[in-house]
Design a protein around this ligand. Structure first.
Ligand code: HEC
Length: 89
């Protein structure tokens, strides 16, 4: 009897823990930040982000996505980041 109560308590604690880690999930699944993606993936081989127009950045990201091994979501984020960056130059 005592062991089964302990088991139930453990089960309860485990479910609390997993709910706790799930509540952090929405943050991880929000749209990736293009600047962050660039810094973590592209600065390995490049310095500052190049000034490209939207069409150029689309072509570049299509190529560099393979080199940097980006997901589609990350690639989209970088593309927008590069295009915005070019507009402000
Ligand atoms: C593994 C190294 C590597 C990674 C990672 C990488 N690149 Fe490149 N990139 C290159 C090389 C090498 C070239 C030269 C052209 C070619 O061979 O495709 C290049 C060319 C470019 C060019 C063309 C203009 C230039 O500077 O020559 C741009 C713009 C560019 N990369 C942007 C990016 C972006 C944005 C990312 C991140 C998504 C990225 N690169 C990730 C290696 C890399």
């Amino acid at each position: 009897m005592k062991t089964s109560l302990c088991f139930l308590v453990c089960l309860f604690m485990c479910s609390l823990l997993s709910v706790g880690s799930l509540s952090g999930a929405p943050q991880a699944s929000k749209a990736p930040d293009g600047e962050e993606v660039y810094k973590t993936n592209c600065t390995r081989c490049h310095n500052t982000p190049p000034a490209l127009n939207e069409r150029q950045s689309r072509v570049v990201v299509a190529h560099m996505r393979v080199r940097a091994n980006l997901t589609q979501r990350d690639a989209n984020a970088v593309m927008h980041y590069l295009a915005e960056n070019a507009r402000s130059n």
